[in-house]
Design a protein around this ligand. Structure first.
Ligand code: ADP
Length: 453
């Protein structure tokens, strides 16, 4: 397990900005890259820049980026020895991770067993609780069958409660219940939906936190038993559970508190033998952290952590997968300055309607502290088949104020024609005094949007 093996070629099983991001990390490490693409993505930047590129199927993701056999065949045909899944698509599919390893290749990520454990939220919570990570109070395990027992449980936890599907994801399969009289029906409905959406009707229940912030801890773990935490990100600005703007560090939270929770996360990773990059997601309210789930992949918002730690998370994923020990110790990691990321989407800034089409003008900002991660160039056609993320503007400053000032200048400089974008939304958000102050809860953005209309 822990012997070092250098990859020859890495197949990147993804598209868009993250495919390009992974390609850059590979090239910096001297590794060749294989780009795979659907028929809709033939004219993509990561395809043009790859050492080898292979079309793997039709535009629909189910017939290309979500097709495990097609990806394994592409790896065999191109002599790739490792597969980096990026985020989304098959990145948290335990069976795919197992199939990659069974084919004699390296999956750049945790083992299938770790992914499976974290994909089942009841098991994930139990595991984390046992490892000393604080969790949201709730049912310890799945809900009992009898209605009166569920009610008794909910009353012990205290209303309002949130009923959640153990196999849930993507913000689906959960329901908030304010009154005891609504509980039985909510449980029945959520179980039915969970069965339909995830093939697993198992439910659990948690106290519903009213005004929490979403704070997450980035970890990196090697195959030699070392685990590091890379500080916290605040991702509270969300609409329909989709993050829109993220920052690091989390404003207003004492570094000592972050260090304590970070160390618990790292210790939990050591205990379960976790490998690779991962994120512990917490709700944070009244000074208390409560674990909700772990993501076993690189995240869209990883750059803000990279900017304040100067650690290349994707390169580290590749080094770890090659069996290398982590090169830094926890005490060597310094958190400097402040970073903020705006997710740029091809969508109307206020109706959020997707806006696919050809980008006729694409003028990017620059200057000190500005990083742009994007696959888009002028003339590129944004396809309707995939998510609407077209890039990320990441600003860095010595202070949060400086990061905001730089970001506002960058957004004003950005000039896009041909499709609608949410740049205006970001400009308005960053002009808001509450956001300038920091520390919004997860419902802030939806309230803010409602007040505008
Ligand atoms: P998913 O895997 O579907 O993203 P999560 O468990 O991460 O599910 O929850 C998604 C979102 O739902 C959270 O970011 C938060 O906004 C809300 N949520 C989940 N659990 C709770 C809770 N106990 N109290 C309040 N809000 C919650």
């Amino acid at each position: 397990m822990s012997t070092e093996r250098r990859f020859g070629r890495v197949l990147i099983a993804n598209r868009g900005e993250i495919a390009l991001r992974i390609q850059r990390a590979c090239r910096q490490l001297g590794l060749e890259t294989v780009a795979v693409y659907s028929e809709a993505d033939a004219d993509s930047r990561h395809v043009h820049e790859a050492d080898i590129a292979l079309c793997i199927g039709a535009p629909a993701a189910s017939r290309s980026y979500l097709d495990p056999e097609g990806l394994l065949l592409a790896a065999r045909m191109t002599g790739a020895t490792a597969i980096h899944p990026g985020y989304g698509f098959l990145s948290e599919n335990a069976d795919f991770a197992d199939a990659v390893e069974a084919a004699g290749l390296t999956f750049v990520g945790p083992t299938g067993d770790s992914i499976r454990m974290m994909g089942d939220k009841i098991t994930a919570k139990r595991t984390m609780q046992a490892a000393g990570v604080p969790c949201v109070p709730g049912s310890d395990g799945s809900l009992p069958a009898a209605t009166d027992e569920i009610l008794a449980l909910a009353e012990t936890v205290g209303f309002p409660v949130i009923v959640k599907a153990s196999g849930g994801g993507g913000g689906r399969g959960m329901r908030v219940v304010h009154h005891a009289t609504d509980l039985a029906e909510a449980v029945a409905l959520t179980a039915k939906e969970a069965q339909q959406a995830f093939g697993n009707p198992t439910l659990y229940l948690e106290r519903f936190m009213q005004k929490p912030r979403h704070i997450e801890i980035q970890v990196l773990c090697d195959t030699h038993g070392n685990a590091l935490w890379l500080g916290a990100r605040d991702c509270s600005l969300q609409r329909r559970h989709q993050k829109i703007l993220e920052e690091a560090p989390a404003p207003g939270i004492d570094p000592a508190t972050i260090a304590e929770i970070g160390e618990r996360c790292a210790e939990a990773c050591r205990r379960i033998g976790y490998r690779g990059a991962g994120t512990f997601e917490f709700l944070y309210e009244d000074g208390v952290f409560a674990f909700i789930e772990m993501n076993t992949r690189v995240q869209v918002e990883h750059p803000v952590t990279e900017q304040i730690t100067d650690i290349d998370i994707v390169a580290e994923q590749l080094r770890i997968a090659q069996g290398e020990p982590l090169r830094v110790r926890q005490e060597d990691i310094a958190f400097r300055g402040h970073a903020i990321e705006c997710r740029l989407n091809a969508e109307d800034a206020f109706t959020f309607l997707p806006s696919p089409g050809t980008v006729t003008r694409w003028d990017l900002p620059g200057g000190p502290g500005i990083r742009i991660d994007t696959h888009v160039v002028a003339g590129y056609t944004i396809q309707p088949y995939y998510d609407s993320l077209i890039g990320k503007i990441i600003s860095y400053g010595a202070t949060r104020e400086e990061a905001i000032a730089r970001l506002r200048v960058a957004l004003a400089e950005m000039n896009v024609e041909g499709v609608s974008t949410n740049i205006r939304l970001h400009e308005d958000l960053l002009a808001d005094p509450h956001i300038q102050e920091g520390g919004m809860d997860i419902h802030f953005l939806e309230r803010w949007l409602e007040e505008r209309t």
